[in-house]
Design a protein around this ligand. Structure first.
Ligand code: SAM
Length: 330
């Protein structure tokens, strides 16, 4: 519950930022210096140690060696330079998943990426790190204030491969030569935020009028979210698009994905949903078949997270297509 936010009841997830000058071994050494003990990694939600002792941590099972799990009450970074220097990022586990799914089987020479809705930049900085801080990651953010936050975050996180612009993704021209090498797009658009239990990691914006009823609000958000996906479908070299929300409402999750798959443009351009094997297969909580046309395979392709998984509520999906015709990226 929100009242337990920041307390020992929750896990605190910390991501190692590989863009930083110091290594992962250095991070473990720093934790040892601070008196922390590393436990063997957890093996499945509910099987890992919980609650953790004040000075214990382990490597997350699903995100691998960049994400570490601590007792929710820890504040060790106040006694270390690692946070201030951008060596670690406080990021909920669920919020790490979209970048991980986007960058599945990435090869350095594949092309460029877009983060269409970037601020405050947690996912941008993770994609940047997964690209090895090389190549080009175009980052869009339309809100002027949030754009400032984004640029500060990118600097702090040592991102050298991000080309950030204060711009509306929907107004970008997919045919612009600037984007002709873009093969992967991350879409983490504004949503109701209904999944958030630990607000510390999130900076919510209020795009929708407070006076709207819940149904109207969800309808507006869902139609905007769908528009964003359909726009991303138009990028000529794109072959992988991740759509995520921190909402637990099917209206913003499976139903938006289904509408995107049923669109004319998806059919014309060959967009499908990625199979489970490409979308953190070991994560057990998948989509709700009844919300995605009763199709069990589609439901298996998407990920849901709930507070009982000791993360924020979240949704991750991934659209793919075979190499678009005429794609030549070198
Ligand atoms: N991915 C971010 C992270 O993990 O740090 C969080 C993104 S937040 C859920 C959505 C962001 O998208 C907000 O900062 C919002 O201002 C921005 N946004 C919404 N619509 C947009 C658009 N059409 N073009 C660019 N940015 C947009």
């Amino acid at each position: 519950t929100s009242s337990s936010s920041g307390s020992g009841d929750l896990y605190r997830y910390i991501r190692y930022n590989s863009n930083y000058t110091k290594s992962l071994a250095d991070l473990h050494e720093e934790l040892e210096r601070l008196g922390y003990t590393r436990l063997p990694k957890g093996e499945g939600v509910g099987k890992e140690k919980y609650p953790l002792g004040d000075k214990e941590y382990f490597e997350d099972e699903h995100l691998g060696e960049v994400l570490f799990v601590f007792n929710g009450a820890t504040t060790w970074w106040n006694k270390s330079r690692w946070y201030e220097d951008g060596g670690i990022i406080l990021q909920d586990k669920a919020s790490c998943m979209p970048a991980k799914v986007l960058m599945w089987a990435w090869e350095d020479d594949e092309g460029e990426c877009i983060d269409a809705t970037a601020a405050p930049g947690n996912k941008t900085s993770y994609v940047s790190a997964l690209m090895g801080n090389k190549g080009i990651l175009h980052a869009f953010e339309r809100s002027p204030n949030r754009y400032k936050t984004l640029t500060r975050m990118l600097e702090k996180a040592h991102c050298k491969n991000v080309k950030a612009q204060r711009a509306d993704f929907l107004e970008s021209d997919p045919k612009d030569g600037e984007y002709k090498k873009v093969t992967r797009i991350l879409l983490d658009p504004s949503c109701s935020g209904s999944g958030i239990v630990n607000r510390l990691d999130y900076l919510l914006e209020d795009d929708v009028e407070e006076s709207d009823s819940k149904t109207e609000r969800l309808e507006k958000l869902a139609s905007f979210q769908l528009q964003m996906i359909l726009h991303a479908f138009k990028f000529p070299s794109a072959r992988r698009i991740v759509y995520s929300t921190c909402s637990i409402h099917p209206e913003e999750d499976e139903r938006v994905v289904l509408a995107a798959l049923q669109s004319k443009i998806a059919k014309d351009k060959g967009w499908k949903l990625a199979p489970r094997e490409q979308v953190i297969p070991s994560w057990e909580r998948r989509g709700r078949p009844e919300e995605i046309g009763g199709d069990e395979d589609l439901a298996q392709g998407v990920i849901r997270c709930l507070p009982e998984d000791r993360t924020n509520g979240f949704f991750v999906s991934c659209f793919v297509r075979d190499d678009p015709a005429g794609l030549s990226i070198s």
